[in-house]
Every structure is written in structure tokens, then in C-alpha cells.
Ligand binder design. Structure first.
Ligand SMILES: Cc1cc2nc3c(=O)[nH]c(=O)nc-3n(C[C@H](O)[C@H](O)[C@H](O)COP(=O)(O)OP(=O)(O)OC[C@H]3O[C@@H](n4cnc5c(N)ncnc54)[C@H](O)[C@@H]3O)c2cc1C
Length: 406
């Protein structure tokens, strides 16, 4: 059993912890303690292994991608912006590319290159990275913070807790940091899956799993009131609905909410007007021919027609007013009742975490325990898909690292 002294201990070798390490003042004696045998396991699978590290839009626009907590992130995002992030990696030999949708990736499309750049930075500065060291306890003792990890004891002046959230637990993030913070007196906003797919009560579109709609619309209804509306790409899966539109909306959803999904870009009333005009103009054609213009796969189009109680091969001219309205509902306001959201095994992020009221947004330091810092998903921060979670992890990590004065 060892007892070692460091200026700084970083708990967790994910993007937030490794970025904090990269921004520590020169010459500090620091160690990164990682629970698993390898660092950055979630980073390696991010963006399907390609790592969508940030987005191109102006940093001032980022805040709206983190729900009600975006404002709190402002100092961290301004201190280490998306441009700073891209430059950081380019200067370390990882050129980045920006897609037409405004997403940044390493040009190699290999998340491993991002991780390698962070690791080689540690090696260059002589900083230690110790695997197999799950931190179990952090105890303030006079002016020191004493850390128990894997049978060893570490004493330090400053600790950065960067242990992530609770999603994809096989990558190492299992809510440890929130437990450590709670034991030190911090309030924890209950953890829930974010960026999670929707499991509906009934899923008549299950046979169409794999079909996607690039520009779908979504409204969310609770107790007869509209509580959320959004537009974006959506995917039908075997168990329900996913894709950026659904994942980003997950933080606003609860069981029993009614979703109205639009597979069309035109509003329902306009769609109805258009098909009524079509029926008058060329009613001799079949319903499926009339709706051929809808930019959906043939299978999805015909399934939606059947969902409206209409025979795709029947004559459009025979459609009653009711059936035309049912078609407009199926294509532009398809009803889905939420049974549940996918659990932590499928969610790409965690909502909830260390309460932001108790952390200084200008330094990432705890307002309760001096010398204790937080960075990344351990905090009550969850962003939209598109690089916003990694930017938050990198920005909060950089700010925590820069704020530590030894
Ligand atoms: C499948 C998937 C794809 C994703 N794709 C993207 C994407 O393309 N773009 C994007 O912006 N975001 C993406 N995300 C989200 C993003 O990966 C996370 O938000 C980000 O990794 C959070 O970084 P972090 O450093 O806070 O936590 P993590 O990456 O979770 O790292 C935490 C680290 O702490 C370690 N740890 C935990 N407990 C302890 C302990 N007690 N002691 C020591 N170490 C501990 C863990 O083992 C882990 O290595 C994706 C997530 C998933 C699951």
C-alpha cells in the first residue's frame, strides 16, 4: 500500500480529465487516476469511432444546445471555444475536417487520433497516467485532499473529478464521481438517461426499422399542452424511434407523453389541402401513386397509408373527407405514446449530476470543498448530438486545469 503526494490528482481519463491535464500550469506534479485499464474508452466509440468533437457554429450559439443549463457553461465555452479545440488538436498533428452539416471530426475519421494526441501530451509533460485505480474516497484533511484508490493513498492540494456520467457503463462511467461528490456534501441532481431513443407503447412501424427521414418534425404533448417542438433527422428502429431529432428531444420527454411525428416538411393543413386538390385533379390514380411525391421510401409511404386505414392500391377519388384527414395525420402528425426512454445502456449521455449551483462556473471549483474541481459529464450538463457533449467536456476540463494555481 503506497502513500504518494502530488500537486494535482485528476480522477478519470476521459476527454474532460485528459484536457484538464493538458491545461495544468507548467511544472506541476500531477497524476491521472483511471478506473479502467485503458483511458478514453467512451471517446474511442464517440461518433461511431469517428469522434464528432465539436460543431462549427459561433460559440455564442452553443448555449442553446444544453437545455436550461447552457447559460452556466458560458465562461467555460468562451475560455476554450470550438475554434480553440480544433486548433488544439491541429497543433498536435491531428488535422480536422468540417462536414457540410457543420460537424468537426479528425480528418482521419479516427477517434483514436484524438485520444493519442491527448495521451502524448501527458507523456511530453512527464505527467503520470495510472490505470486500474478506481477512486473510492476523497477526504479533506486540514489543507490536503486525501484520496483512496485501488488500495493506494494519494495526498494532494487539488483534485479534478472527471469521472463522466452513467451511460454506456461498460466504458467506465458508472456514476462514481457523483457518489464521491455527494459524500463531500454536494447536491446531486438525479441521474437520468439523455440522448436516449424512445420506446413507444405501440410500434406499428417496427417492420420498417432502418428507415430514416432526414427532415422530420416533432411536437411533444403533455396533458393536452405542447411542451416541445423540433425538426431534424429521425430513424425508425426495431424498438422505437431514434436519430438526432429524437435523441436531442429525450431530455424533454417523460412516459405517457404524446409525440406527433411529421414525416413531411409541409405543415399538416397544407398537406391536406394539397391532397384534396390532387384528388380533384387526378382522382383516377391510386392512393400510393398520388403520394409518390412524398420523399420517403416506398415501404414507409405505404405503411403510413395503411396506418390511416386506407388501401394504397385503392382509387384516390374514392377517399372520404375523413380518410383524407387520416392520411394527413399519418404523414404529418403520426401519434406515438411514449412508454419509456432507452436506459443507460443505450443513452449516449447522462442528464443530472453534480448540481451547478455548488460549482463556480468561472473556475469549475466546488463552492463547498476548496481545491475540489469538476469537469465533464459528472456535472449536471447534457448537450445535443453534433459534438456538443465533447465540447462541454473539453471546455470544462480546460477551464478546470487552467484554474488550478499551485
Ligand atoms: C456511443 C456514444 C457516442 C458518442 N458520440 C459522441 C460524439 O460523437 N460527439 C460528442 O460530442 N459526444 C459524444 N458522446 C458523448 C461523449 O462521449 C461524452 O459526453 C464524453 O465522453 C464525456 O466525457 P467525460 O470525460 O466527462 O466522461 P467519460 O468519457 O465518461 O470519461 C470518464 C472516465 O472516468 C473514469 N472513471 C469513472 N469512475 C472512476 C473512478 N471512480 N476512478 C477513476 N476513474 C474513473 C472512466 O473509466 C472514464 O475513463 C457519445 C457517447 C456515447 C456513449
Amino acid at each position: 500500500m503506497e502513500r504518494r503526494r502530488f500537486d494535482v490528482v485528476i480522477v478519470g481519463a476521459g476527454p474532460a480529465g485528459l484536457m484538464a491535464a493538458a491545461h495544468l500550469p507548467a511544472g506541476v506534479k500531477a497524476i491521472v487516476l483511471e478506473k479502467g485499464t485503458r483511458p478514453g474508452r467512451k471517446l474511442l466509440i464517440s461518433g461511431s469511432g469517428q469522434c464528432n468533437l465539436t460543431a462549427v457554429e459561433d460559440i455564442a450559439e452553443f448555449e442553446r444546445h444544453y437545455g436550461r443549463n447552457g447559460r452556466w457553461l458560458r465562461p467555460a465555452l468562451r475560455n476554450f471555444t470550438n475554434r480553440d479545440l480544433v486548433l488544439f488538436f491541429e497543433r498536435r498533428g491531428v488535422p480536422c475536417l468540417c462536414t457540410a452539416e457543420g460537424k468537426y471530426f479528425p480528418a482521419s475519421l479516427r477517434a483514436a487520433d484524438i485520444l493519442d494526441a491527448l495521451r502524448s501530451g501527458l507523456r511530453r509533460t512527464g505527467m503520470l497516467l495510472q490505470g486500474d485505480r478506481p477512486v473510492e474516497r476523497i477526504v479533506p484533511v486540514e489543507r490536503w485532499l486525501v484520496i483512496q484508490a485501488g488500495g493506494d493513498t494519494y495526498e494532494t492540494r487539488a483534485v479534478v473529478v472527471a469521472t463522466g456520467g452513467k451511460s454506456y457503463p461498460q466504458t467506465g462511467s458508472t456514476g462514481d464521481g457523483q457518489r464521491l461528490a455527494a459524500a463531500l456534501g454536494h447536491t446531486i441532481v438525479p441521474l437520468r438517461p439523455a440522448l436516449a431513443p424512445v420506446v413507444p407503447v405501440r410500434h406499428p412501424l417496427a417492420p420498417l426499422a432502418g428507415n430514416s427521414c432526414e427532415d422530420a418534425g416533432l411536437t411533444v404533448w403533455r396533458g393536452g399542452r405542447k411542451v416541445h417542438a423540433a425538426q431534424g433527422a429521425m430513424l425508425i428502429t426495431h424498438t422505437g424511434f431514434s436519430g438526432p431529432l429524437i435523441l436531442d428531444a429525450a431530455r424533454y420527454l417523460a412516459p405517457d407523453d404524446i409525440l406527433r411525428i411529421s414525416f413531411m416538411t409541409v405543415p399538416r393543413d397544407r398537406f391536406l389541402r394539397d391532397i384534396v386538390a390532387e384528388v380533384r385533379g387526378r382522382g383516377a390514380v391510386s392512393v400510393k401513386s398520388m403520394l409518390k411525391g412524398a420523399a420517403l421510401t416506398k415501404n414507409l409511404r405505404e405503411a403510413l397509408i395503411r396506418q390511416a386505414g386506407v388501401d394504397p392500391d385503392g382509387r384516390a377519388a374514392d377517399l372520404s373527407r375523413d380518410r383524407l384527414a387520416a392520411l394527413a395525420d399519418a404523414f404529418c402528425a403520426f401519434p406515438v405514446t411514449v412508454r419509456s426512454l432507452g436506459g443507460f445502456e443505450t443513452a449516449m449521455a447522462t442528464a443530472g449530476g453534480v448540481s451547478l449551483d455548488e460549482v463556480d462556473p468561472k473556475t469549475m471549483m466546488s463552492k463547498i470543498v476548496p481545491g475540489l474541481f469538476f469537469a465533464g459529464e459528472v456535472l449536471d450538463i447534457d448537450g445535443d448530438t453534433g459534438g456538443y457533449n465533447l465540447q462541454a467536456a473539453f471546455s470544462t476540463g480546460a477551464l478546470a486545469g487552467r484554474s488550478i494555481k499551485i
